[in-house]
Design a protein around this ligand. Structure first.
Ligand code: 13P
Length: 251
């Protein structure tokens, strides 16, 4: 059984200077659990070097929140896989905010997943349905489509480092978290899909996370489930003690 994974997605919050303070506070607050739980911090791009330095010697790992798939070139404002890999071990891909605000498609996600693996970065791929899609009864079909396109042409060997975060769009930043039974059901479907696509071993090796209004108060309802391997935490990851309580629940 792989260790549980708890990742903090800081989104567009903080500067390099404040990120170092938060990183040091998280290291201190999670010290007792850092052996048992893989903790990943995802600060904004500009803070990656400073947070990487602050994490040196700790067991915590660093993620970018996105990246381009190309290695270099005329892509004003974009950050390439080698630029991310210089500092980070993980990268969040296909977050619903990237899809909604930056027009990212499943095809883009697929290019990024392949690029991440080529550069030795472990992808944390986000999937999830909107409220409308859920109300129309299309949750499973939407997620199946995101997986099929986003993970297209990956193969069992290249799926080894994969984590998938089930983040219902309507549950993100909403104080309306997904019912734990339903999160568990959807994550079970994702596991079955992975096993079908990449084989049973790959299906059981991939870490499947829940994300969407996870807090220190509700984390245990998700993390106590055998099928849920961790959490992708947004707002609550900006508070070191609250985040540490979520890590403790994962343990
Ligand atoms: P919240 O935890 O703020 O709902 O955000 C979840 C998320 O989008 C993590 O990637």
């Amino acid at each position: 059984m792989p260790r549980p994974l708890v990742a903090g997605n800081w989104k567009m919050n903080g500067t390099a200077a404040t990120a170092v303070g938060l990183t040091e506070a998280v290291i201190a607050a999670t010290a007792a659990d850092a052996d048992a739980v893989q903790i990943v911090l995802a600060p904004p791009f500009t803070a990656l070097p400073a947070v990487a330095a602050a994490l040196a010697g700790s067991q915590l790992r660093l993620a970018a929140q996105d990246m381009h798939w190309l290695e270099r070139g005329a892509m004003t404002g974009a950050v390439s896989p080698p630029m991310v890999a210089e500092f980070a071990s993980h990268v969040i891909l296909g977050h619903s905010e990237r899809r909604a605000h930056f027009g990212e498609t499943d095809i883009d996600v697929n290019r990024k997943v392949h690029a991440a693996i080529r550069h030795g970065l472990a992808p944390i791929v986000c999937v999830g349905e909107t409220r409308l899609q859920r109300d129309e009864g299309r949750t499973d079909a939407v997620i199946e489509c995101q997986l099929r396109l986003g993970l297209g042409d990956l193969g069992a060997d290249r799926s080894a480092s994969l984590a998938i975060a089930y983040e219902p769009v309507w549950a993100i930043g909403s104080n309306d978290p997904c019912d734990p039974d339903e999160a568990d059901r959807v994550i079970g479907q994702i596991r079955d899909w992975l096993a079908g696509a990449f084989g049973d071993e790959a299906g059981s090796r991939a870490r499947l996370l829940y994300g969407g209004s996870v807090t220190s108060g509700n984390a245990v309802q998700y993390l106590s489930r055998p099928g849920i391997d961790g959490a992708l935490v947004g707002g609550a990851s900006l508070d070191a003690d609250g985040f540490a309580a979520i890590v403790r629940a994962a343990r």
